[in-house]
Design a protein around this ligand. Structure first.
Ligand SMILES: CC(C)(COP(=O)(O)OP(=O)(O)OC[C@H]1O[C@@H](n2cnc3c(N)ncnc32)[C@H](O)[C@@H]1OP(=O)(O)O)[C@@H](O)C(=O)NCCC(=O)NCCS
Length: 231
C-alpha cells in the first residue's frame, strides 16, 4: 500500500483529494426493511470501546482459524491497532427493534454490542504497474456473523462501500483476501471483483516473476489482491 506520505503529498497538490476525509458523515439510516436493520457509517473515533470489542470479536470468530499460520495471522493488540486506525471508517449493520415508521436514533457516539456484520475501509492511494498511483477505497474488513450470512447483507455492505468510494471519486475498490478463503473469493467474484494488476498470483501467472524458489519452495503469497473499477 502507498505510504501516508504519498497521500499527504497528493492532498496538498490536489484540493479535490481533501474529499478523502469524508466529513460530515451521513447519519445512521434504516436499510432494506423499514423496521429491523440499521446501517451506520462511522469513523473509528466515534466507536465506543464496547463497539470496538464487538467488532473485533466478530472478526476474530470468523478469521482466527482461517488465518492461523498464514501471512495474515493476527495478534489482538496489532489487529486492534490496525482495525481502529484513525483513518478507518466503518459500515455497521445492526438489527433495530423499534416501532414501524419511527426514525432510528442518531448517536453521537456509536454504541453497539450486537453486530450482524460490518465492513471497514479507508481512502488511500495504491501502487499500480504504471508510473501513477491510483486513489482507491480499500476494504480492510468484511465480516458477517454466521446467523446473518447468505441473506445478501455482504452484497449490501460492499455496494454501500463502493457507492461511497464512487461518490468520493475513487478509481476503484480494493481488498486483500486469503487465497484459502474460497467462500469469500466466490462472494467477491460474484460481486464483480477480479485480481488486481498488482495481485502477486496474477503477476506470477502472467510470467512477471518466478513463484518457485531456486530450492523448489513455492513462495507464492497466500493472499489475493482483488479490485473493481468504480465510476
Ligand atoms: C464472505 C461473506 C462476507 C459473504 O457475505 P454474505 O452476506 O453471506 O453473502 P451474500 O448473501 O451477499 O452472497 C452474495 C453471493 O456471494 C456468493 N457467496 C456468498 N457466500 C458464499 C459461499 N459461502 N460460498 C460460495 N459462494 C458464496 C453467492 O454467489 C451469493 O449469491 P447467491 O446468494 O445468489 O448465490 C460472509 O460469508 C462472511 O462474513 N464470511 C466470513 C468472513 C470472511 O471470510 N470475510 C471476508 C474476508 S476477506
Amino acid at each position: 500500500m502507498a505510504t501516508p506520505a504519498v497521500r499527504l503529498r497528493r492532498a496538498t497538490l490536489h484540493p479535490t483529494s481533501r474529499a478523502l476525509s469524508p466529513l460530515p458523515l451521513p447519519p445512521p439510516r434504516p436499510l432494506l426493511t423499514p423496521s429491523d436493520l440499521v446501517l451506520t457509517l462511522a469513523p473509528s473515533a466515534a466507536l465506543s470501546s464496547r463497539t470496538r470489542e464487538a467488532l473485533y470479536a466478530l472478526f476474530d470468530a470468523n478469521m482466527a482459524s482461517l488465518s492461523a499460520g498464514s501471512s495474515l495471522a493476527h495478534s489482538r493488540v496489532a489487529k486492534m491497532a490496525e482495525m481502529f486506525d484513525p483513518d478507518a471508517r466503518f459500515l455497521i449493520l445492526t438489527s433495530c427493534e423499534r416501532m414501524p415508521g419511527a426514525m432510528p436514533p442518531t448517536p453521537r457516539r456509536v454504541e453497539f454490542d450486537d453486530v450482524l456484520g460490518f465492513a471497514s475501509f479507508r481512502f488511500d492511494t495504491e501502487d499500480t504497474m504504471g508510473a501513477e498511483d491510483v486513489e482507491v477505497v480499500y476494504c480492510y474488513e468484511l465480516q458477517l456473523s454466521e446467523r446473518a450470512r447468505g441473506a445478501g447483507l455482504g452484497t449490501v455492505l460492499m455496494a454501500e462501500l463502493e457507492g461511497i468510494g464512487a461518490r468520493r471519486g475513487m478509481a476503484k475498490a480494493m481488498l486483500t483476501c486469503l487465497a484459502n478463503n474460497n467462500s469469500a473469493l466466490a462472494f467477491y467474484a460474484k460481486a464483480g471483483y477480479t485480481p488486481d494488476e498488482i495481485d502477486p498470483t496474477r503477476i506470477a501467472e502472467e510470467g512477471g516473476w518466478e513463484d518457485v524458489d531456486s530450492d523448489g519452495e513455492d513462495r507464492r503469497p497466500d493472499y489475493r489482491i482483488l479490485s473493481k473499477l468504480l465510476n
